[in-house]
Design a protein around this ligand. Structure first.
Ligand SMILES: [Mn+2]
Length: 387
């Protein structure tokens, strides 16, 4: 298996990721902005499959129709020349100060209506570029203070907006699959729908939940001290993994968006293993950026690093699945009992009665060691390359 990325690996990057100029709340940009057409050429040369974009990553806010047409035509030309696809589109509903107190969830009806207008225009752009998936990351959908009494209203407004936009997509024949991207905080003090679980719960309240899934992000769960592989597993279990944002993060920090695998190698390994084992066929999308210290060469090192680490971990996941000792330990860990599994799988009065009459050897259950120390050490050795 080669460690050189191929389009068939389905690696994708947001224009805003490699295009991140290194601005932070305390400092000015450290790099020049990259032209979208140049970004497409560079990513294609590195073996990427596609790009994703916010409306304003490509078309600046306030551009005339003529300017928009020229920019989109140039961009399409770069896509055609390189064979790259646009795999996901989204709306920037966070940079403009108009969204300082929310977009879809703003307490101001005029802001909510403008957010719908801007999103419909961004969906038109995404459809024109052939994006199959549309992501909603509510960057400003949250609050610092709850004194305005908007917390319940905000969810109702959010629901109305998503229902409206789903109908818009269908009436236009766009057929987008929508993915909600949860995040606990930043840039707002507290964001609504902070976790994968809250997004999944919210989706079930929408008019057409079948068109909505989630776009979990490694850094977002990690910021809150949660396990990303567990969040990912819940999305897979619900059949709602529509897209995924890969990066890395130290827990308890600001949103670092580090290179995939840069910090938590075990978390990255189990993320890749889950994606590969589950049969997820969507883009492996990197939503991260190079360190602010870097120049443009560092940006491409960052992009290459994300993909290479994924491929190494994919190889390791295969090795894990083929490692006889590891698989024997897993088989021993997952204790089977045909009779009890038969009784507990589905309820019947008879099964319930038999279960109530069953005597369990609790001393044996209490004293049994499941062998996780050995199994985890073998995993670590495998990741360190000595297995
Ligand atoms: Mn993201």
């Amino acid at each position: 298996m080669t460690l050189t990325p191929q389009p068939s690996d389905k690696f994708t990057f947001g224009l805003w990721t490699v295009g991140n100029p290194g601005r932070d709340p305390f400092g000015e940009p450290t790099r020049k902005a990259l032209e979208p057409t140049y970004t497409v050429e560079k990513l294609a040369a590195l073996g990427a499959y596609g790009v994703s974009l916010h409306d304003n990553d490509l078309v600046p806010l306030g551009a005339s129709l003529g300017e928009r047409g020229r920019i989109v035509a140039d961009f399409k030309g770069a896509l055609d020349n390189t064979g790259l696809s646009v795999t996901m589109a989204t709306t920037n509903l966070f940079t403009d100060p108009v969204f300082k107190d929310g977009a879809f969830t703003s307490a101001d009806a005029r802001v909510r209506a403008f957010a719908l207008q801007k999103t419909m225009q961004a969906m038109d752009l995404g459809a024109e570029l052939g994006a199959p998936t549309y992501v909603f990351w509510g960057g400003r959908e949250g609050a610092e203070v709850d004194a305005g009494g908007n917390t319940v209203d905000a969810l109702a407004h959010f629901r109305e907006a998503l229902n409206f936009l789903c109908e818009y997509s269908q009436s236009q024949g766009y057929g987008f699959r929508f993915a909600l991207e949860p995040k606990p905080n930043e840039p707002r003090g507290d964001l609504y729908l902070p976790t994968v679980g809250s997004a999944l719960g919210f989706i079930s309240t929408l008019e057409k939940p079948e068109h909505f899934g989630v776009n979990p992000e490694f850094a977002h769960d990690t910021m809150a001290g949660l396990s990303f592989p567990h969040a990912l597993a819940q999305a897979i279990d619900a059949g709602k993994l529509f897209h995924v944002d890969l990066n890395d993060q130290k827990p308890g920090r600001f949103d670092q968006d580090l290179r995939f695998g840069a910090e938590n190698l075990k978390g990255a390994f189990f993320t890749v293993k889950l994606l590969e084992d589950s049969g997820y066929s969507g883009p492996r999308h990197f939503d991260a950026h190079a360190l602010r210290t870097e120049d443009e060469a560092g940006v491409w090192d960052f992009a290459e690093g994300c993909m290479k680490t994924y491929l190494i971990l994919k190889k390791k996941a295969r090795q894990f699945n083929e490692d006889r000792e590891i698989q024997e330990l897993i088989a021993a860990y997952k204790v089977r009992d045909e009779r009890l599994e038969g009784l507990s799988k589905t309820f019947s009065r008879e099964n319930a009665e038999q279960l109530k009459d069953t005597r369990f050897d609790l001393e044996a259950l209490r004293s049994r060691g499941p062998g996780l120390e050995r199994l985890d050490q073998l995993t670590v050795e495998l990741l360190m390359g000595v297995r």
